[in-house]
Write a protein that binds this ligand. Structure first.
Ligand code: ATP
Ligand code: MG
Length: 445
């Protein structure tokens, strides 16, 4: 293959030139080379160099630098506004724990650095004048749409178990196949993922689930996901025995996921977990299978899973609530939409509508029509916003001190009365006006 031309952005090019002017070698490497050859915009530009970290620091002494991972030889340099991760050529020592090399040895040749990288498509380096260094058939695998380990797949996974999840993550994001030998090793070694830090797993899983190939990968490699989300296993093949469904629980989840528009993480997680509580809630009678309470059971399970994977609180709270609400009937009327707006932020209401739409459309024929409420509810929500109508204590025309001024004692009584007033306002029984509300409060005292 002819060497491709890669337009290295000016700041990265200048960093390479600077390192070389100081007598070192430097290349753009990894994800950026892969993405540019694929015609995609890279997330960031990484540089690999023969300079040791302290030498790199000296070369960029006049720039802002962050010691990202000095131990692993990485220094982040801010070059004309562009953060560049500059890493010294490394060859990893022996891996004793399926996670970390026992030692990091700096190397003197780019070949050694490329050999320690995970997949052929991630193991290419590019130099603005010397061109592409592709020692493991990375371009061929890119052209074939294939994820393939550098070297023996099993050995590479035994060195670092996270690579198992990274393999299927890249297959999802790039919509690639997995080479047969790599595929066999993934299945054989998948349990090594149980040694890997939750944060590292979460990061790869989030990228996987937002990838274009997510549904296919989650179907083909559910056993890999089950290593860190064992709650999923009972869903796979779980027959629903109801006329409303034509898929088993896991396939229904995947069919729903296939219908999600966009890449929003919370929506995708919400869909992925929406029915995870079903197997635990299953009951059967003469009319068939039922899953009463699976929304709340699923929400509780989702909370457990997301805590374990160390998701941040905001994301967890939002996804758990979406799972809990996914099968609640919401009337397209101002009073129920106001209640919904009290329970969650507007963005989550839109996410909930999308989850409900996808869930519904993945039902059996005849039961797969999304209800018109899914369009009505966001419209009503916008009207409530435009009118600035009251749906929370914050926007109620009276507050705690108003109640105290008419003699309500400090404490629980205040909360009770404010709650009752808010309910009455939401239900349209009282206008949100101070005097009327205070009159009503006097009667409630
Ligand atoms: P993304 O676009 O998602 O950031 P990336 O290829 O840049 O993709 P990173 O996780 O940022 O992926 O890693 C940068 C590079 O470091 C990879 O391209 C790969 O060469 C190497 N790498 C990262 N993690 C590992 C690992 N666990 N084992 C071996 N090499 C790795
Ligand atoms: Mg990267």
């Amino acid at each position: 293959m002819t060497t491709p031309f890669i337009n290295v952005p000016a700041p990265a090019k200048r960093a390479i030139e600077r390192l070389e002017a100081a007598g070192f070698e430097a290349y753009a490497v990894g994800g950026c080379v892969r993405d540019v050859i694929l015609g995609r915009a890279p997330n960031d530009w990484d540089i690999t160099t023969s300079a040791r970290p302290e030498e790199t620091a000296r070369v960029f002494a006049d720039r802002r630098t962050i010691e990202t991972g000095i131990k692993h030889g990485t220094l982040t340099v801010l070059m004309d506004g562009m953060p560049l991760e500059i890493t010294t050529y490394r060859c990893d020592g022996e891996y004793l724990d399926n996670r970390h090399p026992a030692s990091v040895t700096f190397a003197s040749r780019v070949e050694e650095d490329l050999a320690r990288r995970d997949f052929t498509v991630n193991a290419m380096a590019y130099h603005p004048t010397r061109g592409l260094v592709d020692l493991f058939g990375g371009r061929e695998d890119l052209a074939a749409g294939r994820i393939s380990c550098v070297g023996d797949a099993k050995t590479r996974f035994e060195e670092d178990g996270l690579r198992i999840l990274r393999a299927i993550r890249f297959a999802s994001v790039l919509n690639f196949e997995i080479a047969p030998e790599t595929d066999r090793a993934i299945r054989e070694c998948r349990h090594l993922l149980s040694n890997i830090a939750a944060e590292r797993i979460r990061e790869e899983f989030c990228k996987l689930i937002t990838g274009v190939g997510a549904v296919r990968i989650l179907r083909d490699y559910h056993e890999v996901i089950e290593v860190f989300i064992p709650e999923l296993a009972p869903c796979v093949g779980f027959a629903q025995n109801t006329k409303y469904h034509c898929y088993d629980v896991y396939e229904h989840i995947l069919q729903s996921l296939a219908l999600v528009e966009g890449e929003d993480l919370r929506t995708r997680l919400g869909v992925f977990f929406h029915d995870i509580g079903k197997p635990r809630c299953y009951t059967e009678d003469a009319t068939g299978g039922h899953f009463k309470g699976h929304g709340d059971t699923g929400a509780e399970m989702t909370q457990g899973i997301m805590r374990r994977l160390r998701f941040d609180n905001a994301t967890t709270e939002s996804v758990v609530r979406l799972v809990s609400y996914h099968d609640r009937e919401i009337e397209p009327a101002p009073r129920s939409v106001k209640r919904l707006m009290r329970a969650m932020p507007d963005e989550d209401i839109l996410r909930l509508m999308e989850i409900k739409r996808c869930d519904r459309m993945a039902h059996a024929k005849g039961y797969d029509q999304p209800s018109s409420a899914l369009v009505e509810i966001p419209r009503i929500m916008r009207e409530i916003r435009e009118e600035d109508a009251c749906f929370s204590l914050r926007t109620l025309a009276v507050n705690g001190s108003d109640l105290m001024s008419i003699g309500v004692p400090k404490g629980r009584e205040i909360g009770r009365i404010l709650g009752a007033l808010l309910e009455a306002v939401i239900d349209g029984e009282l206008p949100n006006e101070r005097d009327t509300l205070l009159d009503a409060a006097k009667k409630m005292k």
